[in-house]
Design a binder for this molecule. Structure first.
Ligand code: ATP
Length: 277
C-alpha cells in the first residue's frame, strides 16, 4: 500500500466529469478505478486484478485524458511517457528508462503507468534490419527491440495484487508487435472513438463550462454540424471563441464569437460567413 510520500509524483486532478462523448469506454474503465482504490479487496475476494489495457483510437479523442482521469479518480500517481521517448540510438537508454518508470510506479503503488504512442516502441520486430540501410539504422532497430523486450519483462513481472495499472495508447493498432497483445500483457483493448453529435455537444459543454459564456449561447448547432471533429478540435473551438470574444471586447462569449471561431478553424481567418444551420 502506498505511503504518504508516494504522492510526490502527484495525481492528475483530472476526473471522469472532464471526459465526455466516450461514455461506454468510461464505464468499462471504472473497474480500474475501483481496483486502484482498493487492490487488497480484489486480492481478498480472489478476483484476478486488471492488468494492461490498450486504448485505441484516432488522435485527440481522449486517450490521454481518460488515462489521467483513471489516476485522478483513484487519487493515485500517474507516470506518463511517450513510446518515442524510449526509442534512442544510444544502446541501453530506452530499456533503462522503462526500468526506471516501472520502478517508480511500483515504489509508489497503487499507480498508473501510461505509455502514449506505444506503437513507436512496439512495432513488429525483426522488420527491417538491412545491410543497405547502414549501421546507424540497424543499431536503432536493435535498440528498439531491446527496449521492447524490457517492456515485456516489466509487464510479465506484474503478478497479481501488485496495484499498478498499465495503460498504453495507440492509433496504429496494426503496427503493434503481437507479443504485446498476449494474455497477461495488454489483455484488454478499449476503443476510444471520435464523438458522435451528442458526444460533441457534451464535450463542448465540458470545455465551455470553464469559460464565461453568454447564457443565450446554443452549442447544439456546432455539435450537429461539426462532424468528424475530435475532442481536441472541439476544445480548440471553445478556446478560439474566447480569444475572438476578447478581441471584440465582449465580456462573455457570444454566439457570433463561436461562429467566427468556426470560420477561423475551418477556412482561416480571412474568409467568413460559414453557415452552421
Ligand atoms: P493522441 O493520440 O494525439 O495522443 P489522445 O486521444 O490522447 O490523442 P487527448 O490528448 O486525450 O487525445 O486529447 C487532447 C485534449 O483534447 C484533451 O486534453 C481534452 O482537453 C480534449 N479532449 C479530447 N477528447 C475529449 C473528450 N472525449 N472529452 C473532453 N475533452 C476531450
Amino acid at each position: 500500500q502506498s505511503k504518504p510520500q508516494a504522492r510526490v509524483d502527484g495525481s492528475t486532478g483530472v476526473k471522469f466529469s472532464d471526459v465526455a462523448g466516450i461514455d461506454e469506454a468510461v464505464e468499462e474503465l471504472q473497474e480500474l478505478v475501483r481496483y486502484l482504490k482498493n487492490p487488497e479487496l480484489f486480492d481478498k475476494v480472489g478476483i484476478k486484478p486488471p492488468h494492461g489495457v490498450l486504448l485505441e483510437g484516432p488522435p485527440g479523442c481522449g486517450k490521454t485524458l481518460v488515462a489521467k482521469a483513471i489516476a485522478g479518480e483513484a487519487g493515485v500517481p500517474f507516470y506518463q511517457m511517450a513510446g518515442s521517448e524510449f526509442v534512442e540510438v544510444l544502446v541501453g537508454v530506452g530499456s533503462a528508462r522503462i526500468r526506471d518508470l516501472f520502478k517508480r510506479a511500483k515504489v509508489n503503488k497503487p499507480a498508473v503507468v501510461f505509455i502514449d504512442e506505444i506503437d513507436a516502441l512496439g512495432t513488429r520486430r525483426h522488420g527491417d534490419l538491412s545491410e543497405k540501410k547502414g549501421d546507424l539504422h540497424n543499431a536503432s532497430i536493435q535498440e528498439r527491440e531491446t527496449t521492447l523486450n524490457q517492456l515485456l519483462i516489466e509487464l510479465d513481472g506484474f503478478d497479481s495484487g501488485k496495484g499498478v495499472i498499465f495503460l498504453g495508447a495507440t492509433n496504429r493498432m496494426d503496427l503493434l508487435d503481437p507479443a504485446l497483445l498476449r494474455p497477461g500483457r495488454f489483455d484488454r483493448k478499449i476503443k476510444i472513438l471520435p464523438p458522435r453529435a451528442e458526444g460533441r455537444l457534451d464535450i463542448l459543454k465540458v470545455h465551455a463550462k470553464k469559460l464565461k459564456m453568454s447564457p443565450s449561447v446554443d452549442l447544439s448547432p456546432y455539435a450537429k454540424n461539426l462532424r468528424g471533429w475530435s475532442g481536441a478540435k472541439l476544445e480548440q473551438l471553445i478556446q478560439e471563441s474566447a480569444l475572438v470574444a476578447v478581441r471584440k471586447g465582449h465580456d462573455s462569449i457570444l454566439q457570433s464569437d463561436i461562429d467566427d471561431a468556426v470560420d477561423r478553424l475551418t477556412i482561416g481567418p480571412i474568409r467568413k460567413g460559414l453557415q452552421l444551420s
